[in-house]
Design a protein. Structure first.
Length: 344
């Protein structure tokens, strides 16, 4: 989140570039940066004259240039924002198109009285000439997704501003339940704040009823039950995943991934690495590492390896049509559960 804080600090200090390219998945922070830029660039009452918003999927490069070249009215600067500027994204096929020429010429020497902002909800293509020109003449900022701890700190601050103290377990559950970056987290946080109502200390148990149960959480429960030999609980977890609409092959993938994570995490732990180092090395969230360590302490490696091998067999059997999904996986869960129970 430091990239966002640095950008907003510069904007509020009046250090405004003539052109920006903001790209990346964290669109919530892109919108927040735009609000900070509006507040700095547009004096009260001038937005209707000096603020132009264009759709990059519909507007031509020539139209962008015309908007940027217009002089400001009753103000020192004009703000032109091109949202959904997907022609700058890595997946775009418009690179080098003839009608990009006016825009490239403008970016060679942007007008100092205009701040032109391209907003891309994907990763921009650094190979494109437009990218290189913006980087040279203005500023490129990648709005990368926040790490789990950054998202938790953000949620904690937002809740505290409303008089709510989220306990660490509540914050972890909130971040884990949210999907879609900070936009999704902000939506879930609003639901939580409306649900708890009064100010004060709020725990995970207080907010769990209002948060969506993610497939990953149900997979953890299934694996917990298998390792502890609670076969019927594991089967209930499997049914919950199916009732939630999770595709059968997706469930197999989630289970296999978690068993692989248990093995990989515990292998690294055996070398002396600490949980934060393991999370960084494997690209896992801290709570996934903690779960994997707990599971590794409670079961034999042979059971984990057997689970992975037999999950692959179930996957092949389902894909080839030799077995139906639920009976095949239920049979495997029962056999693994019996072994897990014998290990305890």
């Amino acid at each position: 989140m430091r990239y966002f804080e640095a950008l907003v600090t510069e904007i509020r200090a009046g250090k405004i570039a003539p052109v920006y390219l903001w790209h990346g998945e964290e669109v919530y922070l892109q919108r927040a940066a735009l609000e900070a830029l509006k507040a700095q660039v547009l004096p009260p009452g001038t937005a209707s004259f000096n603020y132009v918003e264009l759709d990059g999927e519909e507007v031509s490069p020539a139209r962008i240039v015309r908007a940027a070249q217009e002089p400001p009215v009753l103000g020192a600067m004009r703000l032109v924002v091109v949202k959904r500027a997907l022609f700058l994204a890595a997946a775009s096929k418009r690179a080098g198109a003839p009608d990009d020429t006016p825009l490239l010429s403008y970016l060679e020497q942007p007008v100092s009285s205009t701040c032109l902002v391209f907003m891309v909800p994907l990763t921009a293509d650094r190979r494109k000439q437009a990218y290189r020109l913006v980087a040279a003449r203005g500023g490129v900022v990648e709005f990368a997704p926040l790490r789990a701890e950054e998202a938790a700190a953000w949620a904690t601050r937002q809740a505290a501003a409303r008089g709510i103290h989220l306990t660490p377990d509540a914050c972890e559950l909130l971040v884990r339940s949210a999907r879609g970056g900070l936009t999704g987290l902000a939506n879930e946080l609003e639901k939580v704040l409306a649900y708890v109502g009064e100010t004060g200390k709020v725990s995970a148990a207080d907010i769990a009823p209002v948060l969506p149960v993610q497939a990953e959480d149900n997979v953890f429960r299934v694996v917990d039950a298998v390792i502890e030999g609670r076969c019927h609980a594991a089967l209930r977890g499997l049914k919950h995943l199916l009732l939630a609409g999770e595709p059968p092959l997706g469930i197999l993938g989630l289970l296999a991934r978690h068993f692989r994570n248990i093995l990989a995490v515990n292998d690294l732990a055996a070398t002396g690495k600490r949980p934060p180092e393991i999370a960084a090395a494997l690209g896992l969230k801290p709570f996934v590492v903690e779960k994997a360590l707990a599971h590794g302490r409670r079961t034999r490696r042979a059971l984990l390896e057997t689970a992975l091998e037999e999950l692959l067999e179930v996957d092949v059997a389902v894909k080839t049509g030799t077995r139906d999904f639920y009976p095949a996986l239920a049979d495997l869960i029962m056999r693994l559960g019996v072994q897990g129970g014998q290990d305890r």
